[in-house]
Design a protein around this ligand. Sequence first.
Ligand SMILES: [Zn+2]
Length: 175
Amino acid sequence: MSPASRPCSPCASRGRTVPATRVMLSGMGKCDDCFRGQVEPLPRIPTPAAPKPAVPAERAERYESAPIPQEKTMPAKKEIDWTAVQNDRSDGMSVKDICKKYGVSNPTVYTKTKAPAGKARARISKGPATTFKARTAAAKANGAGPEVDLPAIIKALIARRDKIDRTIAALQEIA
Ligand SMILES: [Zn+2]
């Protein structure tokens, strides 16, 4: 048998098909690398098809029975019965009182619950113009002036903006 017609035996044992370039006296084929002993110390190349070693039954059981540390994964999260919270809000409890009762933040209550139906209905029954902008537009359409002194508000806002600008400028000087 010529060297080229047989595979390198050490490579074959590692799952690699490398044609042998030499034949040993024993008849074993070897590639150049294996002949020089450069491949031998390398670890076995894992073949993709090789099945993963199964977890021993005893160990698998331990994994299954181990309790999941809930407190560690979610430390600050409290168990809150949002249905109960919604019921309280629907019954007319103020958001402030709800926050106190359940120990939750104000925005959370607004996000997780809806305003009591009666309250929402009462606001709608006031008429279609419920927003400030709509009320102002409606008042203008009726020939009346805006219900608030808009020029005064604008003047006050500009004064506040100027003050904020000065504060920012002062802070930038020392920053
Ligand atoms: Zn080889």
